[in-house]
Design a protein around this ligand. Structure first.
Ligand code: FAQ
Length: 328
């Protein structure tokens, strides 16, 4: 239990010639940049891929509240506490927009929760790492929200209307989150030597896991080719990871912190930073349920669901009582 099963079902992308007329019309609409809306015809694989990606994205937002929620009562000032509280609430909102977007595809929120709780659906690997110090909250905002934005800004242009529209507001909020994380890092990096050391330690622990957020390298990404053909994903995993490194390396320099990668350096010829691949064995172990916090994170979600049973039962009983009255 609690493993996020590493079971992918990527299949080859059909050429236009291999498609049925209906599939071809659909693909041509996608290629022309048209938006697909819920009641319109779509290939079954498109619908399933969206449910998988949007559902896992929603779960990530919800599980992602846990590492930060851990610090709400211990934030160093009232202002930081209020900001963190607002950020964690935003993540709940993101999860809800995304569950709503998934529901337009014919799956219920309860079904998605069940799949998460039974280990049949994943959430982002990053949330299986602990937040040990206040500087980790800075690193989460700076790096984790930074990586999330890098991936999500292009999704505002994805082919499925409800997902693309949910992304607009989510990206605005994530951008505020990223800046608040950077602000915490600025304070810590320019504080006492101990505070700077905490900031460096947080960067050391979150750098590799943040790179993993973009998914496996393109050659190991089972879904990328089809998802990009359908514009469910707008970029490959490696392309976005590189963009993230290019944007973040100068920020670390500005903070006076060192990215824990001896091979990180600007490559004039490529016009990009060279960097080391993260530890992919660790990534797949985390996906198998063996990360530092997998059991704790999923355990917390299952407990929240079980503890809320009486509320759901009460609401259902109340609705059932009201139904005959409404009919009268
Ligand atoms: N963690 O073939 P690909 C956030 C799985 S939101 C876990 O490349 P795909 C906000 C993948 O599901 C962060 N599993 O897959 C926040 C697949 O397995 P499956 C979440 C991963 O889907 C901030 C298998 O590996 N963002 O942080 C991961 O084409 C702070 C093969 O991989 C999104 O979900 C991973 N890192 O590309 C909240 C964005 N990577 O499903 C609180 C939308 C891959 O077949 C605090 N999602 N896998 O069993 C996407 O863009 C894509 O789904 C990718 C993966 C890029 C994540």
């Amino acid at each position: 239990m609690y493993a996020q099963m590493v079971k992918s079902t990527g299949s080859a992308v059909k050429s236009l010639d291999e498609m049925t007329p209906q599939e071809r019309t659909f693909q041509e609409r996608v290629d022309a940049g048209e938006r697909i809306e819920p009641k319109e015809w779509m290939p079954e694989g498109y619908r399933k891929t969206l449910i998988r990606q949007i559902g896992q994205h929603a779960h990530s937002e919800i599980v992602g509240q846990l590492p930060e929620g851990n610090w709400i009562t211990r934030a160093p000032t009232l202002e930081r506490k209020a900001i963190l509280l607002a950020k964690v609430q935003d993540e709940a909102g993101h999860g809800l927009y995304l569950y709503c977007a998934a529901e337009t595809l014919g799956v219920s929120r309860d079904e998605l929760y069940e799949a998460l709780h039974e280990g049949r659906m994943k959430y982002s690997s990053i949330f299986n790492y602990p937040t040990l110090t206040w500087a980790d909250i800075g690193a989460v905002g700076w790096l984790v929200d930074g990586a999330a934005i890098m991936n999500q800004v292009p999704l505002q242009r994805c082919s499925y209307g409800p997902y693309a529209r949910a992304m607009v507001r989510i990206c605005k909020e994530e951008s505020f989150h990223q800046r608040q994380g950077f602000d915490i890092m600025m304070k810590m990096a320019n504080g006492t030597p101990e505070q700077k050391e905490m900031a460096q330690d947080a960067l050391n622990r979150f750098w590799g896991p943040s790179l993993m957020m973009f998914g496996p390298s393109d050659e190991h990404s089972v879904h990328s080719a089809q998802s990009m053909a359908w514009k469910i994903k707008m970029n490959g995993n490696d392309e976005l990871r590189q963009k993230f490194v290019d944007l973040t390396a100068p920020q670390a320099e500005f903070l006076g912190l060192t990215i824990p990668d001896p091979d990180l350096k600007w490559n004039e010829e490529r016009g990009h930073y060279d960097y080391s691949e993260p530890d992919w064995d660790e990534f797949f172990e985390v996906l198998r349920g063996n990360g530092p916090c997998n059991k704790e994170r999923l355990g917390a979600r299952v407990k929240a669901w079980d503890d809320g049973a009486w509320v759901r039962e009460g609401l259902m009983a109340n609705a059932a009582k009201r139904q005959p009255m409404a009919a009268e």
